[in-house]
Design a protein around this ligand. Structure first.
Ligand code: HMG
Length: 434
């Protein structure tokens, strides 16, 4: 009998921006019934990246916390792959900035993977394949980070599904968090225009209903393919996790699979729990952070995994999860894994609950100002020395000078109120220009 090396996720941590906009606040401005956001989409709040946060700082922060919480030696990282659709440069990958910020070894391969929200899964799958071939020989591990800011036009139907955040994972042998099942891959690719973001835009363009249809088609295809390649069926999964652009999408996905299972079992539906009961048991525990954060694109599926691990505690030990990843454009993949035998491996180390406890609510004007200030920061000459850093975290994006993004590692809280600092920021920029 062929044996497979045990490879998977050894550690997982999240970074969630501190600021958020309540969907109740958005509903007042848009005139939409808040129930549409809460029940129709399943979202309560959305994380908003501060002007001095970007996909690079979020990725670095997630990985920095991961190393600290799990006591991982950064020198053991032999591969760094960042999954993102929020690239900050057409040539230099996010991974390269992050490599420098974390002080990783030069003996490390670094690059980004991009395919809309599938980028994180592309990175994870590639890292586990890399480990099977190389890491097992060298004793090195892979660092995979999924980081994104989800941004749509103000006032659009997609605006309530925005979010921001990063998930960092260490991938290697003898995984304590999730061992990936070694079955042949079940993927689906089709060239579609359901969601995209041209280089000249900061905000994505989306054909909402088409994107939902494409997502479900990819799920149907990959579920069937995985069933065939793995021999696993509905009853084999304790949990079903999905890419979560908004939590109701996970419900739609679950609903589709449940309906399929009803058909498989015929009229008697023998032994099949009702849709609601099955959803509450298998998927709902994995959605509570997503409902608070919104879509983080490439990291959304892994934010869902983090939700399950943090909420589930010892109850999820040893259980099997099926995971569906979807990236617009489009590429989908279904895969599965066993959660670690001991929840002590991740308890108190994921950081989602902690992040929820110290959040700062924005009013609508502040939210708009964060967007405006964030856009100004991406202009050459926007370098903002001495100007407020709303997020006093370790890593800060300070603007662009001489066509180079400037990052600093902040030692102290310079935190003045960015949202009220439009005039101050312009005057500081004017002074720098003198
Ligand atoms: P919308 O115009 O708000 O849609 O756009 P809607 O009018 O159909 O309403 C949404 C739901 O709210 C419906 O429920 C309504 O019935 C319900 P459903 O029929 O779908 O079950 N509703 C209410 N419920 C309670 N009380 C009320 C009420 N009123 C209405 N009073 C849409 C929604 C998701 C299309 C939009 O937000 C959007 O375009 N979002 C972005 C695209 C997206 O998230 N697509 C998901 C699949 S593609 C994907 O996941 C990839 C992605 O992450 C990108 C990537 O890969 O990088 C997006």
């Amino acid at each position: 009998m062929q044996t497979h090396p045990r490879i998977g996720i050894k550690a997982i941590s999240v970074y969630i921006p501190r600021h958020f906009l309540s969907l109740d606040t958005l509903a007042v401005v848009t005139g939409v019934d808040p129930a549409k956001y809460h029940l129709g989409l399943g979202i309560r709040r959305m994380a908003v990246a501060a002007p001095n946060e970007d996909p690079v700082t979020m990725a670095a922060a997630a990985a920095h916390d991961l190393f600290a919480r799990y006591d991982i030696d950064a020198a053991t990282v032999g591969l760094l792959v960042v999954g993102s659709e929020s690239g900050v440069d057409a040539a230099k990958p996010i991974a390269s900035f992050v490599h420098g910020m974390l002080g990783l070894s030069p003996d490390c391969r670094t690059f980004d993977t991009t395919h809309a929200c599938y980028g994180g899964t592309a990175a994870l799958r590639l890292a586990s394949d890399w480990h099977a071939v190389r890491g097992t020989r060298t004793g090195k591990v892979a660092l995979v980070i999924a980081t994104d800011v989800a941004r749509y036009p103000v006032g659009s139907a997609a605006e309530p599904t925005q979010g921001a955040g990063a998930v960092a994972m260490v991938v290697g042998g003898d995984p304590e968090v999730m061992e990936l099942d070694p079955f042949p891959e079940a993927v689906y690719t089709k060239d579609v225009m359901d969601f995209w973001r041209p280089h000249y835009r900061r905000e994505a363009i989306v054909d909402g209903q088409v994107s939902i249809d494409c997502y479900l088609r990819a799920l149907g295809h990959t579920w069937a393919a995985y069933e065939q390649s793995s021999g696993l069926c509905w009853d084999d999964y304790d949990y079903l996790l999905f890419h979560v652009p908004f939590p109701k999408m996970a419900y739609k996905a679950f609903h589709m699979l449940h309906q399929r299972e009803v058909l498989v079992r015929g009229a008697s539906g023998a032994g099949l729990a009702s849709l609601e009961d099955a959803f509450i048991a298998r998927t709902q525990p994995a959605l509570w952070v997503n409902a608070e954060v919104g879509n983080i694109y490439s990291g959304s599926l892994y934010l869902s995994l983090a939700s399950l691990l943090e909420a589930g505690g010892p109850g999820v030990q040893g259980s099997r999860a099926g995971l569906f990843s979807y990236g617009s454009g489009c590429c989908g993949e279904f895969f599965s894994g066993r959660l670690g035998p001991r929840s002590t491996a991740w308890e108190g180390k994921i950081g989602a609950r902690e992040a929820m406890e110290s959040r700062i609510e924005l009013d609508y004007e502040q939210y708009l100002e964060f967007r405006r200030a964030g856009a100004r920061m991406t202009l050459d000459g926007s370098f903002a020395a001495g100007v407020a850093r709303p997020v006093p975290g370790r890593f800060s994006f300070d603007g662009i000078r001489d066509h180079q993004r400037v990052y600093t590692t902040a030692q102290e809280d310079l935190g003045r109120d960015w949202a009220a600092s439009d005039a101050r920021a312009s005057s500081a920029k004017a002074q720098i220009g003198k």
